[in-house]
Design a binder for this molecule. Structure first.
Ligand SMILES: C[S@@+](CC[C@H](N)C(=O)[O-])C[C@H]1O[C@@H](n2cnc3c(N)ncnc32)[C@H](O)[C@@H]1O
Length: 326
């Protein structure tokens, strides 16, 4: 083709494309104006909460997830999302216990705080069939215990929910709690309260435990104390030589020892990430199910670990992570 004809064709093409895009733009603009002028269906802000049938709005208001005006408090909503996520793991455990137990259930939540977990569990999975089921919360802050007891009465949950002002370590002997319980939960119970909850569960022969541990400083303190003496003995000390690593390794080791302890006492243990907990670093979920009397291999493994890390002589840790007699 002659170069002049080629250039003219190209110019004609460009003009056509410009006309076309102007027309498309006008049409789009027209569409969006038309859409804007159409009345939009009103959105219910509560839709974002994905409410279940029969779920109590009064409870969500009391937990400050829904505001007085019917809006949503975004911070609390995040908390609700997290608690929902955890309840999905606990609901099947409740069902299994009640099925095997003629409807009976005793669940104790340790370090209950404002008791989001206990209330949501009761509201979603228990209140429809409350006969024989109890959800108890253990919490050291008196004002939170009082508020939760009042709220339970207001919602008509008083028959099946109670809150006790107590450190977890003293809960085993408390006369208001039964000799045996079915499920133990502890969601971000501070420091060693998770370990106390495990001890409680072991003594009360809990069938299930669901634990989302908080930071625990005790094991890191023991590692720090023994660091100098371990330097010449094992190169493994590099795992916790730097102070930041002492804290992180201490935290990791704590959860490993908790799992071994549960296994030593005959529990089958699953460790998983609590997805949806992206706003918290503490998102490890330990679910334990009692399935045998005890497991001497796991007990030996726990003792070997303590010894290899130079912690075998620490009476405090041996008591903390106590295992059945070998
Ligand atoms: C981080 S908050 C978590 C509260 C609640 N489980 C939640 O996730 O919303 C920890 C709660 O445990 C309580 N707590 C801490 N140590 C405790 C202990 N040894 N015994 C009982 N409660 C404890 C605190 O008062 C606090 O309310």
């Amino acid at each position: 083709m002659h170069p002049l004809i080629g250039a003219m064709n190209e110019q004609a093409n460009n003009q056509y494309t410009r006309r076309l895009s102007r027309r498309t733009f006008t049409l789009c603009a027209l569409n969006s104006t038309q859409q804007l002028s159409m009345p939009k269906p009103k959105k219910n802000p509560l839709d974002a909460l994905e409410l279940k049938p029969g779920q109590s709005i009064e409870l969500l208001k009391a937990l400050h997830i829904v505001t007085r005006e019917g809006g949503i408090n975004q911070d609390s909503r995040r908390k609700l999302k997290q608690v929902y996520h955890l309840t999905h793991f606990i609901d099947p455990l409740i069902e299994e216990v009640r099925k095997a137990n003629d409807g009976q259930l005793y669940l104790v939540d340790h370090g209950a705080g404002k008791s989001y977990l206990g209330f949501i569990l009761y509201d979603l999975y228990i209140k429809q069939n409350p006969e024989g089921a109890v959800v108890a919360g253990v919490e050291t802050r008196q004002e939170l215990v009082d508020k939760s007891n009042t709220l339970a009465r207001q919602l008509g949950f008083g028959q099946g929910m109670k809150f006790i002002n107590l450190p977890v370590a003293q809960a085993t002997e408390h006369p208001d709690l039964p000799r045996q319980v079915d499920i133990v939960t502890a969601l971000h119970a501070c420091n060693t309260a998770t370990d106390d909850a495990i001890s409680f569960g072991l003594k009360k022969q809990a069938k299930f435990m669901a634990l989302v541990p908080c930071c625990q400083a005790e094991v890191a303190t023991h590692l720090r104390k023994n660091k100098a003496s371990q330097l010449g003995k094992t190169s493994l000390v590099e795992m916790w030589r730097h102070p930041l690593h002492t804290r992180e390794f201490g935290s990791q080791l704590t959860n490993v020892l908790r799992c071994l302890q549960l296994e030593a006492h005959g529990y089958q243990v699953t460790v998983t990430e609590l997805v949806g907990w992206e706003h918290s670093m503490k998102n490890e979920l330990i679910i334990a199910k009692k399935h045998q009397h005890s497991n001497p291999k796991a007990a030996q493994r726990l003792l070997d670990m303590l010894s290899e890390l130079g912690l075998g002589g620490d009476e405090g840790l041996l008591q903390r992570f106590h295992v059945p007699q070998l």
